[in-house]
Design a protein around this ligand. Structure first.
Ligand code: ADP
Length: 707
């Protein structure tokens, strides 16, 4: 679709044969409670047949499988000229068969030889002699099937089962006494507390981090550091704590221009599926409950000029795989869903504010409208595939490549915003010394396209629905779950391709299009675009400092002594920052954040409070610089006192001198907006003890988003 992906496709094609090797395995004799075992082909049971990708260069062999095998190729050394992953695979053969490379000069001097079976992709070699290895090497032997514990999969179960079946992996739907390779949780990392190995499809802390308030806070911190880069998230205030700030700003807007009448959308913090959401045009219309029952919510600029199709508002559900946080690896499924409203859109007015079928795209709401059309094809109805919508837009002359690259940027930046907190959770739940699983997770990004085609992030779902059936009234008053072809096509593809990417036997491989088709066509976006985005990973470096001083494993908050140790070790105290003022800073910030995080049980300073303290310290130390440079300078200073491990993984690319604009095309800024004034910034600016960093004067709020 975009230029970015041309390369990826080539790469995927080259890796195809290796990826598919993963699907044929031996059967594990220790299995218990097997639920559905793929019917093992005669080949996979004891014999494998291979055909040569280069035909005339590689000969076909049939061989029997026997007991133990050598893990080395006949040369006993890696085969040079092969990509590392291919070499790894070749070096761990499971089948006794031998694939002869005859006259290797021919095949190995040529371009990569690609095959469409379970075969090794042979890549261009600079030294055919080394690669030839006495004209012979062993093919990867077959291995047992990847095992997947689906006992906690909940509503993902149907799609998961289909995916596992397509992959010919082995499902354990009531759990298994022995460890599984992959555990599929329906809700959170903690669905099953007893996992000490393998991979779990949820990160600890993701649910918490992606709640509306936490996501808004994390993005706002990034908006303070990189306002232009983070303009894809609507301006947001957190209720009830920022009620005063919100109403003051709106009043100022209205006073400065009587024609301005912005609309806001109010979303309860823990809400989903449109529950409890409403639109307002005046702060006085907020349904605030005061006191202990005060409900936390986010109030957000309402994007009043969305792109319409057939006069209807729609949003995009994009599936994003976080394959790893350390190092950061992100994939985006190119196939996703679009969800349509069921009433023609009109810009918000006092009259239509409560018309949910016009303003909210949630399936759960619109399905209740008489106008909802269950899609029986991909490109009609109230839920369609993303590709069908993009094709339609392309046919109208829309620059899809640009839209897609803006979406990629939005996704990477959003993940970078939540990553620091995620790492704190991760080290607390799975400390390095403790045996534990590794994690991956599919996230559901809800994205709205504005009329000017700028993508706007609405929210990120830690637990996107993987249901592939929907409720339908089959007779008057009689409801039944019936298959939903669009959901099935997209979600089974997403899960299956995720599993393929997480295949424990092929760690270095990317997913390849599955022969069954209907894949989500995932593409790697990180580390692929590291260069363009690594400068944004500043808060992660602050988180690395924070984690370093947390001390006790499992802790997520810094105590006063640890905070003092941080100041001392990094040699931050001087005549302008006495240890007494350090204590005051700690108490001041921690107390305010303890109100903000009303539900937190642990005492001390959490990461977001530490980030605020860090910004404050940076402002005092490097007064003449702008905020971002202040922070970078203080980080450099701290890290210089701490040694090499303190930075984030791309430490070198995050240096102060790095040019901040990205190498790639910078998406146009679509949301004319004031520089956000976060409560943290506001507090820093007003705190007696604080000498704030230099920052531009906040502009007044321009109403809404303009196209
Ligand atoms: P929920 O988790 O309850 O689905 P969302 O944040 O996804 O909450 O919002 C629900 C719906 O409201 C979205 O699908 C979208 O149609 C609409 N919406 C949300 N935020 C905005 C916004 N800032 N501007 C315009 N529409 C929005």
């Amino acid at each position: 679709m975009s230029d970015h992906y041309g390369d990826v496709k080539v790469q995927l094609g080259q890796m195809k044969s290796l990826g598919e090797d993963a699907e044929k395995e031996e059967v594990d004799p220790e299995e218990e409670m097997p639920v559905s075992s793929p019917s093992a082909s005669p080949d996979s049971a004891g014999c494998c047949i291979t055909t040569a990708p280069g035909t005339d260069a590689l000969s076909t062999n049939i061989c029997k499988q026997k007991g133990k095998r050598s893990r080395k190729n006949p040369c006993g050394k890696p085969l040079q000229g092969f990509p590392a992953h291919a070499v790894k695979n070749i070096n761990s053969p499971i089948c006794e068969q031998t694939l002869l490379i005859k006259g290797t000069g021919k095949i190995l001097q040529g371009k990569s030889a690609e095959s469409n079976g379970n075969y090794v992709a042979v890549h261009e070699s600079s030294n055919t002699q080394e690669t030839r290895c006495e004209d012979e090497f062993k093919l990867p032997r077959k291995r047992r099937p990847v095992t997947v514990d689906t006992s906690k999969a909940k509503t993902s179960l149907e799609a998961l089962k289909l995916s596992i079946k397509e992959l010919q992996w082995k499902e354990f739907h009531t759990g298994r006494r022995a460890a599984c390779d992959i555990y599929w949780h329906g809700v959170s990392f903690h669905d099953n507390e007893n996992i000490v190995s393998g991979q779990v499809n949820k990160f600890p802390g993701m649910v918490e981090m992606l709640r509306k308030i936490n996501l808004s806070r994390a993005v706002r911190t990034m908006q303070e550091l990189f306002p232009e880069e983070y303009d894809f998230y609507p301006r947001s205030w957190i209720l009830p704590e920022e009620y005063q700030q919100f109403s003051t700003e709106i009043r100022m807007v209205k006073e400065s221009d009587a024609t301005e009448s912005p609309t806001f959308i109010v979303k309860p913090d823990g809400g989903s599926q449109g529950d409890g959401i409403y639109l307002i045009r005046d702060p006085g219309d907020l349904k605030l409950v005061v006191g202990a029952q005060a409900k936390q919510a986010v109030v957000q600029e309402y994007i009043h000029k969305p792109l319409l199709i057939d006069k209807l508002k729609f949003d995009i559900r994009l599936y994003v795989l976080i394959k790893s946080v350390q190092p950061l690896e992100i994939y985006i499924a190119k196939e996703g869903l679009t969800r349509f409203c069921t009433e023609p859109y009109q810009e918000p007015s006092q009259k239509n504010l409560s018309r949910v079928f016009m303003h909210l795209t949630n399936y759960s709401l619109n399905v209740q409208s008489g106008n909802y059309v269950h899609s029986d094809s991909q490109n009609t109805g109230s839920k369609r595939t993303l590709s069908s919508v993009l094709y339609r837009l392309a046919a109208k002359g829309v620059d899809i490549k640009r839209v897609w690259s803006d979406i990629i940027a939005l996704v990477i930046k959003s993940v970078i915003a939540v990553l620091p907190d995620l790492k704190v959770h991760y080290q607390a739940d799975i400390p390095p010394a403790k045996p534990g699983p590794t994690c991956f997770q599919i996230l559901g990004f809800d994205i709205l396209l504005m009329k000017n085609l700028k993508p706007v992030l609405l929210e990120v779902n830690s637990n996107p629905s993987m249901r592939i059936e929907h409720e339908q009234e089959v007779a008057p008053g009689v409801f039944e779950y019936v298959p939903s072809p669009v959901d099935e096509q997209v979600k089974v593809g997403v899960i299956r391709d995720t599993l393929r990417l997480m295949d424990p036997f092929n760690k270095k491989l990317t997913a390849t299009p599955h022969p069954a088709g209907g894949g989500s066509d995932p593409v790697e976006v990180y580390p692929k675009y590291t260069k363009q985005f690594s400068h944004l990973r500043l808060v992660e470096r602050i988180a690395a400092l924070f984690i370093r001083f947390l001390g006790v494993k499992g802790n997520m908050r810094l105590g006063p002594t640890a905070f003092r140790t941080f100041i001392r070790t990094c040699k931050l105290s001087n005549s302008n920052l006495t240890m007494a003022s350090v204590d005051i800073l700690y108490i001041d910030i921690t107390r305010r954040w303890s109100f903000a995080l009303a539900d937190s049980r642990e005492a001390g300073m959490g990461l977001q409070a530490f980030v605020e303290a860090f910004f404050n310290l940076a402002g005092r130390r490097f007064k003449s610089l702008a905020l971002r440079e202040q922070v970078v300078s203080l980080l450099d200073l701290c890290e210089s006192h701490l040694g090499p491990q303190s930075g984030a993984e791309d430490r070198r690319s995050l240096s102060c001198s790095r040019a901040l604009p990205r190498g790639g095309r910078t998406p146009a800024l679509y949301l004319p907006r004031p520089r956000p004034i976060s409560p943290a910034a506001h507090r820093r600016a007003t705190s007696q003890d604080c000498r704030p960093h230099q920052r531009p004067k906040p502009r007044t709020l321009r109403a809404n988003v303009e196209n």
